[in-house]
Design a protein around this ligand. Structure first.
Ligand code: RIB
Ligand code: CA
Length: 306
């Protein structure tokens, strides 16, 4: 089977950890590089978290650190959701740092993309600062990028602002650079993230899935959103799920622009589903998900993760 080469840009992040576990085990995917970006918590903490995960799974895929702050917006992190460390709940062994590159994420992405025989899919599951910097610094990479499949945005209400989702709201300028890049973009936003839920009875099944299952179960005990009882959102896994089982989704080709100036709406993805703006669609928006298919997919994928 021909594997799809990808780069994952991430801010672990408890839901990032679950998405990364699944991506690493997927026989359809070839993770060429991880890059880290400030978001859920500081750049140092998210990088440390990623290295802890890769050490836990004894994976030696290269890691490059990226932006330590958004382009313009002041960082307001999500430690209230993921804990002070950004990945509270499990006592990981100290991370092996041998696969941490000295190069900046933008340089590492450019090199990985330009040296690849095949076009690369970029999978951002955090704020889009690194991706924006890459596209502005080295626009020539666009010819070698297959598409960008990102977790972020919302056609409806927000989870960071009234109408804005965390990854986009953390760096709205970066998001607008990406959405207006002319690249093929798939947006896995809150419209599907809010339906991609793990409940207590699911977490008990996950706990019995071996070493990784136990680790994820422990993280889920600390993952605060509205709490396990109400269903924990597997936001970042919805981007990986699109790569592996796109038929789970309803997809609408739509014009999307990021609001940069709204007094109350800055960071909102304006998703023009009714084409009021009469602009060419630039994004495949995942507008709905088959919840049962997603749950079965997630549990089956996690079963393979040991
Ligand atoms: O809005 C959800 C997104 O914000 C996810 O990527 C989560 O990890 C946080 O970064
Ligand atoms: Ca994330």
């Amino acid at each position: 089977m021909k594997k799809r080469p990808i780069i994952i840009d991430t801010d672990p992040g408890i839901d990032d950890a679950i998405a990364i576990a699944i991506a690493l085990k997927a026989k359809e995917l070839d993770v060429r590089l991880f890059t880290t970006v400030v978001g859920n918590v500081s750049l140092d903490k998210v990088t440390n978290n990623l290295l802890k995960l890769l050490t836990f799974w004894n994976v030696d895929i290269p890691v490059a650190m990226g932006a330590s702050e958004p382009l313009i917006e002041k960082l307001v992190d999500a430690s209230n959701v993921h804990g002070e460390s950004g990945m509270d709940g499990y006592d990981f062994p100290s991370p092996n740092k041998s696969n941490l590159l000295k190069e900046h994420a933008v340089e590492a992405m450019r090199k990985t993309i330009m040296e690849s025989k095949e076009k690369i899919t970029i999978v951002p599951i955090g704020p889009l600062t690194n991706i924006a910097l890459l596209l502005k610094t080295y626009p020539e990479v666009k010819n070698k990028i297959e598409e960008i499949v990102l977790m972020g945005g919302s056609a409806g209400r927000g989870n960071r602002g009234v109408m804005s989702e965390f990854n986009i709201a953390t760096d709205p300028e970066a998001a607008q650079i990406v959405f207006s890049s002319g690249l093929k973009i798939v947006m896995a936003g809150l419209d599907v993230g809010w339906k991609a839920l793990v409940y207590p009875h699911d977490s008990v099944l996950i706990k019995d899935m071996g070493k990784t299952g136990e680790m994820i179960y422990s993280l889920l005990q600390k993952y605060r959103g509205r709490g396990l009882q109400n269903g924990l959102k597997m936001y970042d896994s919805t981007a990986i799920a699109y790569l592996l089982e796109p038929e789970m989704y309803e997809v609408k080709e739509t014009y999307v622009e990021v609001e940069l100036n709204g007094k109350l709406t800055r960071g909102t993805t304006v998703v023009d589903l009714q084409n009021y703006l009469k602009k060419e669609p630039n994004v495949k928006v995942l507008t709905d998900i088959n919840e049962e298919m997603f749950k079965n997919w997630l549990l089956n994928a996690l079963k393979k993760c040991d």
